[in-house]
Design a protein around this ligand. Structure first.
Ligand code: SF4
Length: 366
């Protein structure tokens, strides 16, 4: 829904001018999009509408800034299909927005998701789009510089992530990195390599290479060497290095198990047999068939209306979601205080600074 709203706004401003009535009609229709969450439960689009409108306004502002930064009015394309078949057979993708003028090409990707902050640096999806754009426009424009942008307003960290690469470096990557790997993969010869990226793969549930990673957890505890008696010298306590190693594997394992469960329940519901498992009905929930009629009956029975409602303020995050970040900061930013977060465990690659309770030397000697 957010993508379609973003597309409509950019099209209206840059590529397909339309009257206010048409725009409003289309926008209203998008606001009625049927939405389902990950568990398949239908969600009310109104829940996401204020945030959708404010995030897509910010996206349009960003694109306007990019367009204005060109000395002459650049070419703008929205939802353009880019073909990079020259580097990866059959490869193509749809780019959210492309701005092109003089020697500079700008590729912009709108990501409404907030679960996984995405970086623009060396981002293969964006680089492949840029290769596709060179195929499409390279003969018409003398492109030298390419800027890749991830616009991700709801994830933690920066909303706009930009990264630049020269045409020559990009084409070198396409020829010497992408093409040989794509040829191998197309011939069914490449190596499977499991990792964090498996969560986006269509084969993630039943891929053997992914499953094989987790036997590493069973192997854990295998000694480096044997004693004279042949018995394994397993120390009674795990070392800190071992705790770190097990956690790393266990967290990936958790995600894999969730994917397997997802696959198994979908299969059971489709009538397949997953030995040892079946689909059952979860906890029942009760809802009013007609809330207005139910409340009318209750008040008619003598229960005071005031007893049936509670007046609660929205949370800070809820009000920010409703107003959008910029408006929220303007009207209520001065009242926000930030308290320290509860300590949480994160991998060393996490961008946040490490915290500790241990006093520093400076504090000790104060
Ligand atoms: S699930 Fe398998 S095929 Fe998919 S990315 Fe992971 S290792 Fe590769």
């Amino acid at each position: 829904m957010a993508h379609n709203v973003a597309e409509l706004k950019v099209k209206k401003k840059f590529t397909d001018p339309m009257g206010e009535q048409t725009f409003k009609r289309r926008l209203k229709k998008l606001g009625e999009t049927k939405l389902f969450d990950e568990s398949g439960k239908e969600r009310n689009p109104k829940e996401y509408w204020p945030e959708t409108l404010s995030a897509t306004d910010d996206y349009l502002d960003y694109i306007t800034g990019v367009v204005m930064s060109y000395p002459k009015r650049p070419h703008v394309s929205v939802e353009v299909e880019l073909n990079f078949d020259r580097y990866a057979k059959g490869g193509f993708g749809t780019c959210d927005c492309l701005v092109l003028g003089g020697s500079e090409l700008h590729i912009i990707d709108f990501k409404f998701g907030k679960g996984v902050p995405v970086s623009a640096e060396n981002n293969p999806q964006m680089m492949l789009y840029a290769l596709g754009a060179l195929e499409l426009y390279g003969a018409l424009y003398d492109i030298h510089d390419i800027v890749l942008t991830i616009f991700q307003p709801r994830a933690d960290g920066d909303t706009v992530k930009e990264w630049s690469i020269s045409r020559n470096d990009l084409v070198d990557w396409g020829v010497f990195t992408v093409r040989p790997l794509a040829e191998k993969a197309f011939a069914g010869e490449g190596e499977f390599r499991g990792g964090d990226w498996c969560r986006f793969c269509r084969a993630k549930n039943t891929c053997r290479a992914r499953a094989d990673q987790y036997t590493a957890l069973e192997d854990f505890g295998a000694p480096n060497s044997k004693t004279k008696t042949g018995k394994l010298p397993v120390p009674p306590l795990l070392s800190d290095a071992e705790v770190g190693g097990v956690l790393e594997k266990a967290i990936a394992l958790e995600k894999w198990v969730a994917d397997l469960k997802d696959y198994a329940i979908t299969s059971c519901l489709a009538g397949k047999e997953i030995p040892g498992w079946k689909a059952v009905e979860g906890r029942k929930t009760r809802v009013w068939d007609d809330p207005d009629a139910a409340f009318a009956d209750i008040t008619t029975a003598g229960i005071e209306e005031a007893m049936l409602y509670e007046r609660k303020p929205l949370t800070l995050a809820g009000i920010e979601k409703m107003l959008g970040k910029a408006r929220f900061t303007e009207v209520a930013g001065a009242h926000v205080t930030v308290s320290s977060g509860k300590p949480a465990l994160a991998p060393v690659s996490d961008k946040r600074d490490a915290i500790t309770n241990k006093p520093s030397a400076e504090e000790d000697f104060k």
